[in-house]
Design a binder for this molecule. Structure first.
Ligand code: SF4
Length: 428
């Protein structure tokens, strides 16, 4: 794919990015003492640290500064590297293959040089440069390959349209309008055990405001920020050129699933597992349809002889107008192959996910504070989720491959294989 009006920085292929971790939805204030604060609605007596909880404003001061820094970094990278071309390169080893996106000078066709003098908000670009990034990523928590796009609303260069109602970086009026829509869908699609909804989306508890994919490794390292921008640019261009589906099918089929570490019970099924979006979301219907075509190519009865793959995609696109129906139509009924598990993610901490199960949608996922999750597990309150993720209970974890699954066996793939169960991830 040539002549994309987008520049880039060569990094070290996927080597610097291969051990991507997925922290839980982060909320440091869960380690504080709620007593004596005005911070209501987040459970009580959380954590043993004895620290006084931050006020919502103090929380937002930190998260907003982080989002601003990330948006500035993205803008700086886009401006400083504009004009280079992107193309796919493949390294094969036996039947396995690694796909890369290379950057090149459209004038000479040669690989582009690193622009190390580009100043980012935290300093210069890393000197250990290569001329390409990996097309796929690896999530160490999941133990699966993944695909990664920039998180956040378009206002900050992200691929998550529905984050517009839950990130402080969004323009206030647009955030307010979208937030109303979020709450409307949540009210219409509330499961039986749902608790009352607030009048507005509260930014200090909105999951997107605290999104792990806009903090930590995702925002601290230029290589990571650039890889996602490059992947996003290539994705949009490849969709336009018709290359996205065939390239992704081959890349997904031939990447290394590290199956020698897969628990035997799952290995015996013959299924492999892929996480769609460790960061980012389905930013357009065209893009969703492309993923549907990709996942169909790995259904259990696929005509290509591909070993089957189960795909799991968490998403908040349920909040976008028409998307509940669109996913039902595109991935439901006769169009369902059963291997594209699309989970509607909760919008805020301690809140239900919309109940859109059936059709093309799987059950949702929630993020509850530990004390609130404990009450559900102890059956002290009506259940708001069916399975409480055990990845963080793993010694030397968190990992899915080492976690207990709903049957008590080691090696959990519930997010893929238990499509009817609402899964909770505890806020840490
Ligand atoms: S519920 Fe199971 S599959 Fe899902 S994230 Fe937790 S450990 Fe992994």
């Amino acid at each position: 794919v040539a002549s994309i009006n987008f520049g880039l920085d060569p990094r070290e292929g996927d080597e610097t990015l291969k051990d991507r971790d997925l922290p839980s939805e982060d909320a440091e204030y869960f380690e504080c003492r709620a007593e004596g604060t005005a911070f209501a609605g987040l459970g009580d007596g959380l954590g043993a640290g004895g620290k006084q909880c931050k006020t919502p404003q103090q929380i937002l001061n930190g998260t907003h500064a982080n989002l601003l820094r990330l948006a500035t970094a993205r803008q700086t990278i886009l401006e400083a590297t504009s004009g280079l071309g992107l193309r796919i390169a493949v390294e094969t080893k036996g039947r396995k293959a690694k796909y890369f996106i290379e950057y090149f000078d459209p004038q000479t066709g040669r690989l582009a040089e690193v622009e190390q003098s580009v100043g980012l908000p935290w300093g210069l670009l890393p000197p250990s440069a290569a001329k390409r990034v990996g097309l796929l990523t690896w999530t160490s928590k999941m133990g699966t390959p993944s695909f990664s796009l920039p998180a956040g609303p378009a206002a900050s260069g992200g691929a998550c349209p529905s984050a517009a109602g839950g990130q402080s970086i969004e323009e206030p009026r647009a955030r307010e309008i979208f937030g109303k829509r979020v709450l409307q869908v949540l009210a219409e699609r509330a499961p039986p055990a749902a608790t009352p909804l607030p009048a507005t989306v509260e930014l200090s508890t909105a999951v997107c405001e605290h999104c792990y994919a806009t903090t930590g490794n995702y925002s601290m390292y230029a290589a990571m920020v650039m890889q996602q921008l490059i992947t996003f640019a290539w994705t949009k261009a490849a969709l336009e050129h018709g290359d996205f589906v065939p390239i992704m099918i081959d890349a997904i089929n031939r990447t290394d699933y590290k199956l020698k570490h897969e628990p035997a019970k799952w290995l015996a099924t013959g299924w492999r597992f892929f996480r769609v979006h460790d960061s980012g979301d389905f930013f357009s219907k065209e893009y969703f349809r492309a993923w549907k075509a990709i996942t169909d190519a790995f259904a259990s009865d696929n005509p290509y002889g591909h070993a089957p793959i189960m795909f799991w995609a968490p998403t908040r696109m349920w909040a976008m107008p028409g998307w509940i129906e669109f996913v039902n139509e595109a991935n439901g009924g006769a169009n369902s192959k059963g291997n594209f598990v699309i989970r509607p993610s909760a919008y805020s901490l301690d809140q239900h996910a919309p109940d859109v199960k059936g059709g093309g949608w799987a059950a949702g996922s929630t993020v509850f504070a530990p004390s609130a999750a404990d009450r559900v597990v102890a059956c002290e309150v009506p259940p708001t989720f069916d399975w409480d993720c055990q990845a963080y209970a793993v010694k030397n974890g968190p990992t899915c491959r080492g976690a207990a699954d709903p049957t008590g066996a080691t090696g959990c793939r519930a997010c893929w294989a238990a499509a009817d169960a609402v899964v909770n991830y505890r806020a840490h």
